[in-house]
Design a protein around this ligand. Structure first.
Ligand SMILES: C[S@@+](CC[C@H](N)C(=O)[O-])C[C@H]1O[C@@H](n2cnc3c(N)ncnc32)[C@H](O)[C@@H]1O
Length: 319
């Protein structure tokens, strides 16, 4: 994606067009910036990043580069650096790197391959392949990379800890997941309150979703919980039911030794008092997302039909 288009996209009218390819080969049908992790940047992520004086950030999963752009702008401001991992980004990485000279290191690889190559960071944003195997091992690698030292362990944000991927795996590249950890899956959509995939429609029908929600070793939140239970470190884990779910993971030692961080976390706990309200808001928003995605599919189908008719017309005229 051209870089100017990124700022347009943030305003809501410069998104990928139907027909632009994304990494999994599926067709990008629309503008999605309103549902990305970066929507939580100002209110939730930034205050915590500032509280830990986070300058060096690792982003796992960049997609269109919207969050990457915000992170690099932040790095410029604080004289920091962003390491970004994505095996299949949908923007021109070289152009991006040239524009943000020196502030961004991009690793066109999977997280499990790349994490060990990255220098120490203060903050990690996990938003790559949303399945148990990947997230569980990402967290383990991050901990090992910090020498299992609670004070060195970065502040970790994990996106997609709520519905639909909190308790259900998604596979960007199913072949990359060892068979024993891969649930049966299909490219079908998901509906609220439905453990099985929908025969038609539903959310993210163009993604490889596990056939059944729930059970062992299934989903992002399950991965975080399993990791926490098995780790020798103590954690504070706050799971905000906002925008597909944002989990905040901090080692207890780090939290106890940083009053500014503790105060920010306290504010977020206060926000959770209104959890019921937030949950209702999220349900409404997901309903809207379903409607928007259905309209996008219909629009893409109409566009394809128009192009087909135009070709036929051109042939008739030519003949
Ligand atoms: C939900 S998108 C990320 C969105 C981005 N964080 C934002 O808020 O704008 C997920 C991205 O993760 C990437 N991805 C898939 N598998 C991955 C893996 N194993 N390691 C790192 N990234 C992965 C995909 O290519 C995709 O671009």
């Amino acid at each position: 994606m051209r870089h100017e288009a990124l700022s347009e996209a943030r305003l809501g009218f410069g998104c990928l067009r139907p027909g632009d390819q994304n990494n999994s080969g599926r067709r990008a049908v629309a503008c999605k910036e309103e549902i990305w992790m970066i929507a939580l940047w100002g209110q939730v992520i930034l205050p915590l990043v500032e509280a830990v004086d986070g300058k060096h950030v690792l982003e796992i999963g960049a997609e269109f580069g919207l969050s990457t752009q915000a992170l690099v702008n932040f790095a410029r401001r604080v004289d920091g650096h962003v390491h970004c991992i994505d095996p299949a980004p949908i923007f021109d990485v070289e152009e991006f790197e040239a524009q943000y000279g020196g502030r961004l290191s991009f690793y066109k690889d999977t997280s499990l391959n790349a994490i060990p190559k990255i220098p120490e960071v203060d903050v990690v944003l996990v938003d790559g392949d949303h399945n148990w195997y990947t997230v569980y091992h990402e967290l383990k690698l991050i901990e090992a990379h910090s020498d299992h030292d609670a004070l060195k362990l970065p502040l970790i944000f994990v996106h997609d800890t709520a519905w639909p991927y909190g308790r259900r795996d998604l596979y960007y590249d199913p072949a990359s997941i060892p068979e024993e950890f891969r649930h049966p899956y299909a490219m079908q959509g998901m509906g609220r309150q439905k453990r099985e995939l929908m025969p038609e429609g539903g959310i993210n029908a163009d993604m490889n979703n596990a056939l059944v929600e729930g059970g062992e070793r299934n989903g992002v939140l399950t991965a975080v919980e399993d990791y926490i239970r098995e780790s020798s470190l103590d954690f504070e884990f706050l799971n905000l039911p906002l925008y597909f779910g944002l989990g905040i993971l901090i080692s207890r030692e780090r939290l106890d030794s940083n009053p500014a961080l503790a105060a920010e976390m306290q504010k977020l706990h206060g926000m959770m008092q209104g959890e019921k309200l937030i949950t209702i808001t999220e349900k409404l928003r997901m309903n809207l997302t379903g409607i928007v995605q259905r309209m996008q599919r219909e629009q893409a189908a109409s566009q394809a039909r128009v192009e087909e008719l135009e070709r036929e017309l051109a042939q008739l005229r030519g003949g």
